[in-house]
Design a protein. Structure first.
Lengths: 112, 113
């Protein structure tokens, strides 16, 4: 199993540009999450999903959108990039039977 | 009051010593507690989970939970330089349908030679 994979690893965006961060897991986990981590800060939950077709907002959802059309994929969309969205983004997943989350390698995003 | 609090450190311990990392949380109904290790530039890696009061041991790691005092700690015995990392405490604060975790800001551990 590859576990949780994320693409791209790094990206630089200009203000106002859009992009999609990809997240895929091959463990058949129902629950998936997107977090952002700013320097010296903990992880903040952006959006989460408990299954295909079901998504909900986390603590910091403004400026982001998600979709969950399959169990495996949970893309995060930034529509109008702003410097405040410069961060490291992590995707995570877990099976519904357990609470332990497993993280992808992260995407480092810079908005200039 | 922050929901999950950790001392940011750095906590410096000599090689071979015991490192003690602490975490307090705000909500008495919390049931699930986790310790993640994060190396610089890498993603969090789960090292321990604990659900019941008391101690849980796994190799050199021991997690301790005291729900009455609302704290959870992680002990690392025989600390090695490879243990140098940031340790994140995570708590499932609210029972619910999803395993939403709230993370502390992490404690940076430095193991010195």
């Amino acid at each position: 199993n590859a576990g949780v994979t994320q693409t791209p690893k790094f990206r630089i965006l200009k203000i106002g540009q859009s992009m999609t961060l990809q997240c895929t897991q091959d463990m058949n986990h129902n629950y998936m999450y997107w977090y952002r981590q700013d320097p010296g800060m903990g992880l903040k939950l952006i959006y989460y999903s408990v299954g295909a077709g079901i998504t909900d907002k986390g603590e910091v959802p403004n400026g982001y959108n998600v979709s969950r059309s399959t169990t495996e994929d949970f893309p995060l969309r930034l529509e109008l990039a702003a410097p405040s969205q410069t961060s490291v983004y992590f995707c995570a997943s877990n099976p519904s039977s357990r609470n332990e989350q497993f993280f992808g390698p992260g995407t480092r995003l810079t908005v200039l | 009051q922050k929901e999950v609090e950790q001392n940011s450190g750095p906590l410096s311990v000599p090689e071979g010593a015991i490192a003690s990392l602490n975490c307090t949380y705000s909500d008495r109904v919390s049931q699930s507690f986790f310790w993640y290790r994060q190396y610089s530039g890498k993603s969090p890696e789960l090292i321990m989970s604990i659900y019941s009061n008391g101690d849980k041991e796994d190799g050199r790691f021991t997690a301790q939970l005291n729900k009455a005092s609302q704290y959870v700690s992680l002990l690392i015995r025989d600390s090695q330089p490879s243990d140098s990392a940031t340790y994140l405490c995570a708590v499932k604060l609210i029972p619910g349908t999803a395993s939403k975790l709230t993370f502390g800001t992490g404690t940076r551990l430095q193991v010195t030679l």
